[in-house]
Design a protein around this ligand. Sequence first.
Ligand code: FAD
Ligand code: NAD
Length: 465
Amino acid sequence: MTYDLIVIGAGPGGYVAAIRGAQLGMTVAIIEKEKTLGGTCLNWGCIPSKALLDSSEHYHQAAHKFKVHGIEVTGLKVNIKQMMARKNDVVSSTTQGIDYLMKKNKIERILGTASFKDANTLLVTNGKTKTEHQAKKIIIATGSDVITLPSVAFDGKRIISSKEALDLTEIPKHLIVIGGGVIGVELGSVYARLGSQVTIIEYADRLLPTMDKELGKSLEKSLKSLGMTFQFNTQVTGAKVVKNKATVTAKIKTGEDIQIEADYVLVAVGRRAYTDGLALDVAGIKADERGRVETNEHFQTNIASVYAIGDVVKGPMLAHKASEEGVACVEYIAGLKTHLNYNTIPGVVYTWPEVASVGQSEEQLKEAGILYKIGKFPFKASGRARASEESEGFAKVLADAKTDEILGIHIIGPRASDMIGEAVVAMEYRASAEDIGSIIHAHPTFTEALKEAALAATDNRPIHI
Ligand code: FAD
Ligand code: NAD
């Protein structure tokens, strides 16, 4: 049969696109090379990392924060095997949920690696078996893979990627993390909370260099108090393993060479679009200089029947971005009018305190020459934060100097991941800072910090500072 739609890759981009296609009455098949559905996010990314972040934060709370609440714990210890087993259970119940959704929506699941035969035909290889499948439309949702450093070869045991770091059977004594981006600070936090000495080596001058500068600076202070150490302005030049030790060599921007020894090295220097084995050239599909499949604003490639979404195309490598592109792409294919606002894609870093952002950073506004106002409110002035003993961080609202329209919201603090939702809604509806300042926020909640920051941005009239 010829399907209306075949999706290649069952990550949050691909499986959501497949479901939306089925909802719109299309006959849909999804091809996935792995035995479990869900892609990077569910198997080796978002879900397992958040499971370990939550478990390790519980331990850290019990070890260091319960006492002040009047709760004394003795004999506390980490059972890393159980922590990993729980994480594996969370992953398998989540990926099985996707199996159920495929069946519920009558989506044909094809196991194997897809490659193009022509613009409407895919060859699927599963071991020695080869099959051919045809579709009117094909969506490439093959995601991304880790970037390797030529001088730092993974051995999967001592020099590892995020995938192995989510599966360690022991707590490292000393973990070096190359890259102070999102994976570096999240997985670095997991092991620092469990007692590892963690050193982050980062090429830029701060953590999370692509986010608003104040967030990275503030997170650095918090992670320092967790015992983490940082080597900024430093480029890793090599690493070698001898027995159970790895030695990393690096060059500081000032010219000095350094060497650091550890028992594990996590390389987290970004991810690349993954199109290996797809044979894009056979169908004449164009990719850019970074290997990302090129598309127009409707996710269509230069070949009319082929579309692409998620990590394999340009834009932030985030699960929710991939899923929303999946929905929008299928709706375009179905002839519906649809809309995706790239300016309101939130970014969240699940450290503690959490970091969350939407819209433009101060650095971006300065570069674009846009005049803006700033309103900031520290969590230490929030009653709820004090009651919870969680008063690190701040909420910051950036608004247009003339119109008061919100241009960006940046939060570091307790439950920032949930608070950013309000900011996204406000920006999606083009709210002014005054709009957030005049909305009633329940008391006592962390969200009052956002209201106060908005009041501060409007005309400098926060109530509690
Ligand atoms: P993927 O999830 O990568 O899925 C692509 C799928 O395609 C894979 O299953 C792959 O096996 C399959 N495939 C590839 N080639 C073929 C082929 N030729 N034939 C058949 N199948 C093929 N994002 C967030 O938003 N929040 C987070 O908290 C978060 N945490 C993360 C933590 C880690 C450690 C990592 C590594 C990533 C994290 N991300 C997070 C990023 C997120 O995982 C990705 O943005 C998201 O998975 C991209 O979805 P996708 O569908 O484009 O690709
Ligand atoms: P990243 O781009 O966030 O960070 C990589 C960091 O490595 C950068 O700060 C960069 O300056 C640094 N770097 C690069 N080369 C270096 C070198 N030779 N020496 C020292 N530092 C070097 O990438 P990541 O942390 O690997 O994450 C990959 C992707 O996965 C990101 O795009 C991210 O969006 C996604 N992700 C998202 C979440 C989340 O949403 N919470 C969590 C994890 C991963």
